[in-house]
Design a binder for this molecule. Structure first.
Ligand code: CU
Length: 113
């Protein structure tokens, strides 16, 4: 009897570890937003705390993506065609994303808990 219970105990412990790792991987998502024709590929998005957004420049000229919002302020600097940078959103709130080069570019991100 003892011989049978030992391996199953170990199997349960291992699957718990596997679930914890998988859970952490699922918990945060990476969203991709392109900059194309002087606009963001989406105007509005809702993401969760811990998610990241990868900004990819598909235009032939540079963009400088930034935000001054309290929930997340950042400045990705200027990057050209094919360049990309990611931002992780660690606090809930509403974030206005803009481009320093093109004042008409605008993306609203809502980060939910
Ligand atoms: Cu721009």
């Amino acid at each position: 009897m003892k011989m049978l219970t030992d391996p199953s105990c170990r199997a349960v412990a291992l699957s718990c570890v596997a679930l914890a790792i998988a859970g952490a991987a699922w918990a945060s998502q990476e969203h991709v937003v392109a900059q194309k024709n002087k606009s963001f590929s989406t105007k509005k998005m809702t993401i969760k705390v811990g998610d990241s957004v990868k900004f990819v420049n598909e235009d032939s000229f540079a963009h400088n993506v930034f935000s001054l919002s309290v929930a997340k302020s950042f400045d990705l600097g200027s990057f050209g065609n094919g360049g990309s940078k990611s931002v992780t959103f660690d606090k809930p709130g509403k974030i206005e994303v803009e481009c320093a080069v093109h004042p008409d570019m605008r993306l609203d991100i809502e980060v939910t808990p």
